[in-house]
Structure formats: structure tokens, C-alpha cells
Ligand binder design. Structure first.
Ligand SMILES: *Cc1c(COP(=O)(O)O)cnc(C)c1O
Length: 382
């Protein structure tokens, strides 16, 4: 018989059954539509937990990025600077808006956007009279980017920052939650994220115009329907609102976010300890002084000298019914995005992609499961 499958990161409902209570409330009151108490409360609770000034609950993190770009005034022909090492959902909404992405390389210390490459991108484009409308930074795998440095550059050029915090809910950078530093922040509650609503997203607003921006986003997300007696539309609309049932699951999950972060961090430190004597393995950088990482996925990179490849490890794990995945393939290497500009910082994103691997980081894993995984990996060296 095959061993029980160990997943990368799968949904984990609360042991207390909070999610069902909120769903039941929605059913009992027949508030199944998008709109309802769970949606309103979920937005409020997210603001309380993160410190955002306002929030709009949406059908997906991707929808949140799309509306954020629209709010920041990104339209046809505009430029957007976007981190290259990320999931495609960070960049696709730039194309939805018929704008043009310029991809920015990462740096070793955080794996995220290199402030140096960002500065060079600004110089290059401002020299030819083109200023981007927005910058998209990502907190990959829960690791906070160099927010201070990046914000300073954005402020200098007076360009708004959009934080893709889809993977970093709960990560604290210098005392504040990721997603609350930029003009807007984006969260995702997709099935693989640290908490899930079965699918959904949240757009966070952090400026003095938070309330108006949140209202505008909710308006766009509900088909831009004017409050008239008849169906009146002055603007293009979207069907992006979160449903009240989905928001109920999200509310229940939010109650156990702290436990999930604790477990994710334990997984990370377990691996780190197990592999500490293997010179070829470096766990992802989590900077304990400047941040508390949510450790959404525990990832590693192998040294250039390693004769073992990430794919070797992935295959060995898969043979034992254990799921591991490659690192996100950088956008500038994607066939769809190959014709867009890319500002290089010595190929950092490419190297992390080529030498990296995401290890099973499921919060339902037991100590035995962790031992199974690390024993297989260590066996390549011992
Ligand atoms: C998951 C994810 C998204 C998209 O969120 P969805 O809710 O799946 O649309 C965006 N950016 C990053 C970095 C993600 O990991």
C-alpha cells in the first residue's frame, strides 16, 4: 500500500468548525448572494488583523490586482514595473488593462524585487520620457521584500506601489503587516494559500483616500451599476465581488491564521535544522531581524556546485507520494512575456528558479511526515 500523500499546501479548515458556523448563518438568513453580513464583516476583520484602512472582498486575488491597477490609473499604453520572479497572476492584469509590463529582477537577500534594478528601470524609462503608472512588488513565499528601499524609490519618482501580498498574509515587516505599505495591497484566499475561502481575494487600501477607493472598487466589482431605478451604466463593470458563503469560510479561517503561521514556521525551521550540515542546501532567507515571515512555503536552493538537481529531489519525493514543486518561473522567461523589457540584476531570479524547490509545507503534516520528507532529501548526501 502506498503511503499517505503529503501535499505542498492544501486547505486546512479549523478544528473548531468556525467556517461552518458562518456558512450556516448565511444559509439560515438566505444571504447566499454576493453581499451580506459575512462579506462586510470579513472586510472589517481583515482590516483589524492587517491594519489596512479599508478593504474590498473580491472573487480572487487576480481580480484584486486588476482593480488595483485600474484605481491607480493604469490604462492602455501605460508602463507598469513588475517583479519578474512571481506567479503569472501578478502580471496578467497589466495586460488586461492593455498596459505594458517591464519586468524587474530579484536580489539574493530577499528573493524579491531588487531596489537597485528598480532604480535603473526608473532611470532608463524616465530618460526617454516614460514614467510608469505603478510598481508591483511581490512578497514571495511569505518573505517580505525590501519595502523601505522600494518605497523610497517609488516616492522619489512619485509612482504608487502595489504590494502583491497573496502569499504573505500575516508576514510582519518592521512591525507592520505586508500589504499595508503600498497604496494598495492584495491578498489571496485561493486553496493553496495560508488560509483559504475556497477561492477569493481582498484588496487593501492604505492611503488617505482608502474609503473612496474601497467604495469605487466595490462599485466596479458589481458591474458598475449606478444607483438608479433602471439598470444604468456609465462605466465598464466587472463581476468580481466575493460571495457571502465564501466570505463565511474566510472569516472562520481568519480565526486560525495565527496557528497556521506558527505551524508553517515550525515546518520551515524543522527543514532548516535537518539540512544545516548539507553545504549544497540553502533554505530561503527569512531575515529574523527585520521581519517575521509567515513561511507560506518552505523553499530551498541548491548550490551551483551541487550534483543533485531540484528535479532529482522532486522525483524522489513523488515516488514516495510526496508533492514538491519548482519555484515560479520568472515572467521574463515565459513565452507569453518574452517580448517585454527586463531589467537584469545578474540573473538572480533565473538562478533561484533553476536551483530552487518548494518543499511540502502543509499545515496538516505531522512530525513523522516531516521526517519522511527530510530523510528522502538527506539520502542524496548521506
Ligand atoms: C495566488 C497568487 C495570486 C493570485 O491569487 P488568486 O486568488 O489565485 O487569483 C497572485 N499573486 C501571487 C504571487 C500568488 O501566489
Amino acid at each position: 500500500m502506498q503511503n499517505k500523500r503529503i501535499y505542498l499546501s492544501s486547505p486546512h479548515m479549523s478544528e473548531e468548525g468556525y467556517e461552518m458556523e458562518y456558512i450556516k448563518e448565511a444559509f439560515d438568513t438566505n444571504w447566499i448572494a454576493p453581499l451580506g453580513e459575512n462579506v462586510n464583516q470579513f472586510e472589517k476583520e481583515i482590516c483589524q488583523v492587517t491594519g489596512a484602512k479599508d478593504a474590498a472582498a473580491l472573487s480572487a486575488g487576480t481580480a484584486a490586482i486588476h482593480l488595483a491597477l485600474k484605481l491607480l490609473g493604469v490604462g492602455a499604453g501605460d508602463l507598469v514595473f513588475c517583479q519578474s520572479l512571481t506567479f503569472s497572476a501578478s502580471a496578467n492584469p497589466i495586460i488586461y488593462q492593455n498596459a505594458t509590463p517591464v519586468f524587474i529582477d530579484s536580489e539574493e537577500e530577499t528573493w524579491n524585487m531588487s531596489p537597485d534594478a528598480l532604480e535603473r528601470a526608473f532611470k532608463k524609462y524616465i530618460n526617454c520620457g516614460k514614467k510608469p503608472k505603478a510598481v508591483i512588488v511581490v512578497h514571495l513565499y511569505g518573505i517580505a521584500a525590501k519595502i523601505d528601499e522600494i518605497l523610497e524609490i517609488c516616492n522619489k519618482y512619485d509612482v504608487p506601489l502595489l504590494e502583491d501580498a497573496a502569499e504573505s498574509l500575516g508576514t510582519i515587516y518592521k512591525g507592520k503587516m505586508t500589504g499595508t505599505f503600498g497604496s494598495c495591497g492584495v491578498l489571496s484566499f485561493n486553496g493553496n494559500k495560508i488560509i483559504t475561502s475556497s477561492g477569493g481575494g481582498m484588496l487593501l487600501f492604505n492611503t488617505d483616500h482608502a474609503k473612496e477607493q474601497a467604495e469605487k472598487s466595490r462599485f466596479w466589482a458589481t458591474q458598475s451599476r449606478e444607483s438608479e431605478r433602471f439598470y444604468q451604466h456609465k462605466e465598464l463593470g466587472y463581476n468580481y465581488r466575493m460571495s457571502n458563503v465564501v466570505a463565511g469560510i474566510g472569516r472562520g479561517q481568519l480565526k486560525v491564521l495565527g496557528h497556521r503561521i506558527e505551524k508553517k514556521r515550525n515546518i520551515y525551521f524543522y527543514y532548516k535544522d535537518e539540512f544545516k550540515k548539507i553545504k549544497d542546501i540553502k533554505m530561503m532567507p527569512i531575515h529574523n531581524e527585520s521581519q517575521k515571515c509567515n513561511c507560506w512555503l518552505s523553499t530551498l536552493v541548491l548550490s551551483n556546485e551541487s550534483t543533485v538537481t531540484p528535479f532529482d529531489i522532486q522525483l524522489a519525493l513523488e515516488k514516495e507520494n510526496i508533492e514538491a514543486r519548482p519555484i515560479w518561473k520568472p515572467m521574463h522567461l515565459q513565452p507569453f512575456y518574452k517580448n517585454y523589457d527586463y531589467i537584469d540584476n545578474g540573473g538572480v531570479a533565473e538562478k533561484i528558479f533553476e536551483q530552487g524547490l518548494c518543499l511540502p509545507s502543509d499545515t496538516k503534516m505531522t512530525e513523522d511526515d516531516l521526517k519522511r520528507v527530510s530523510t528522502i532529501i538527506k539520502s542524496f548526501w548521506y
